[in-house]
Design a binder for this molecule. Sequence first.
Ligand SMILES: [Zn+2]
Ligand SMILES: [Zn+2]
Length: 782
Amino acid sequence: MAVESFIPITDVKMTTEKEVKRKPSISELTTVESPGKPVTASFIAKQLKKIAKKPRKAKEEREVKEEGVTIRAPKKDSILIVTEKPQAALKIASALGKPKKYSEDNVAYYEIERNGEKIIVASAVGHLFGLTYKPGQKGWPIFETEWTPSYEKKSAAFTKRYYELLQKLSRKAKEVIIATEFDNEGEVIGWNVLRFICKRNDAKRMKFSTLTAPELEKSFENPLPNLAWENAYAGEARHIVDWLYGINLSRALMSAIKTSGLFRILSIGRVQGPTLKIIVDKEREIEKFKSEPYWQVFATANKTRFKHPKDIFDKKELDKFKKIKDAIAETTKTEEKITPPVPFDLTTLQTEAYKHHKISPSETLKIAQNLYIEGLISYPRTSSQKIPKEIEPKKILKTLTNHFPEAKEAKRAEPIEGKKSDPAHPSIYPTGEFKKLEERSEKIYLLIVKRFVSAFSSDAITANKRVVLNAGKNKEIKFTASGLKMIEKGWTNVYPAQIEENDIPDLDGKVKIEKIEFEEKETQPPKRYTPASLISTLEKKNLGTKATRSTIIDTLFERGYLDGKSIQATPLGLKLIEALEKYSPIIIDEELTRSLEEQMEKIQEEKNKEDFEKKENEVVEKTKRVITDISKEFKVKEVDIGKELAKGLESLRKEQMEANTLRQCPKCNKGNIRILFNRASHRYFGACSAYPDCKNTYTFPPNSLIKKSEKVCDFCGYPKLLAIRKAKRPWEFCFNPECPEVKRLREEWEKRKAAMGVRAANKEINKETSEETDKEKSAETK
Ligand SMILES: [Zn+2]
Ligand SMILES: [Zn+2]
């Protein structure tokens, strides 16, 4: 293996992208795609010319072709129900009768006879259409968009089979009923199928919040007469606005960076910009922060420790406490009622799942989505904290007692509810159906069950005690201690609550102070955001939507913003925000994003279709104006912005180089050992930077992302490495083959292998690797 066939790690992010979540390869901070090698601007110009030479097929052409296929008009004798996902089609079909399953090109659909009608249930597979720009537009800004079939993109080619099946079934349908998820995205999915595949203007709409048979049957018998146009237009508006932002800002940034002679795909979305700024601002706060010493003062009386309420920053002030010998104590007792927490909307579920189980917001949404598809819980993309009577909660509670005895605690006549509501769905609640679940799903499911039950449980009652010591000449120096005792556990028997009991004695009148203590502390820098706290912050600031926030954070993760549990901005992120603040602050203007958000929400407040459409146009036009302004400003300052970004890229490259440099090469003592990636074998390895003079290399474990750890080997002093594998705990190891510890471990293993017999040892290894590939496979098919 020649080292030339390897490329420096900084250039290979694209190939490693999907393997594992890397630590901030900061490069992706702002990229849609992974970076390539920097190339000259003239190279780009050539590439762009090449692309321009291939004109896209005009839409008319496609339609003519499609129409060409319809030669015979088939008999229209069925009712076609269109769902969003295949699993929902099966659920609906089973709820409406005894379905016969058919399949075409590996896509299943179902047929039922019901009251003498032939009903066909078939599904989309999420979005079957995506926005693209109308052909014939050059440069930027560009504003003309159109929906085109997703299958035209290679990554979504599989959607063609669904597209074609729906097309065929709709030709035989006398009526179409849309039964996608009832929210903006679901409505856009249904509307696009309806207008572009079924060639119809309107349809009946099934509305449901759970995939349980009774609710599905009810929603089929009483459908809404029309599409939920308010959701359709609001959803489409968001698609267009975000798309216009995405394409034009990417082009703006790329054109700026091109002026510096580099090429790099950079992008920043409408919500990502302000979100990145929020993170960068936090980073600046932390950087600016200067830690200060301060003292906390404690007094002990009657073996109880009391705390002075104020932190003392001036050391001299401590003197006044030193003389305290006694104090006058006062005890007050109160009883407190603590009402149960409000029912789950998506954000609260996500923050609680993170708090109790450290499950990230996006994983929580994924799990909740699966629980919904299984019929176990109601639709999770909701902002409601209400439990309406229509869901018959008492019935649900009764069914729940079969598996959750705690549900017997639910004696409250009316549930506790929160302020937030959602016109489309109630809060997230269990349907009462039961199924054995795997560990993480069970955790989320139980949290939802407990939260629901606790909304019907009695208040918790605590006895609170507060003892105040008044000391000093004029009794002006106070110390306090609090006690708490549970009188009624109420809902805390059901839902995990952090209420700590603490017993302190009653004290009244004069008491002797046994001890005064000073504890020196340091003020702490502000905390970085966690995925959960960032989600709540975005919600409070009305940025993004309940359905998109965790994806935005996820994208930031994939682009290298997130480090472990806390979100950290990287040098490129910082530079990008700096450049935009200086030259084009409107891109990261939280206020603008929020006002667009509000304008889009207002679409739904209108009453009829014409007004939805009008409002949609208004918000799209506003977006175009904003982008026109941005582009004017940007084009003038392009060179400056490019310079700034180039600086960011430079420090990014340096940082990556440093992060991948391990130590001086022990063979040649000239080069440095660096972590490199072999594109052909998809494997990391170590090699000397003095290649070709020095050919020293090191082998690293396969199927892993290799990173420098913070630690150094105790036995040989080499930096320790981390091998990070999917769904496994990172493995820390020393890469020095001459290390005494590495040698010892190897010998031990050899001995064990000899004892077990070679075959058994090999079997063990094979087992481990095959387990891993199984896991990877299942992750892919999901
Ligand atoms: Zn060397
Ligand atoms: Zn070592």
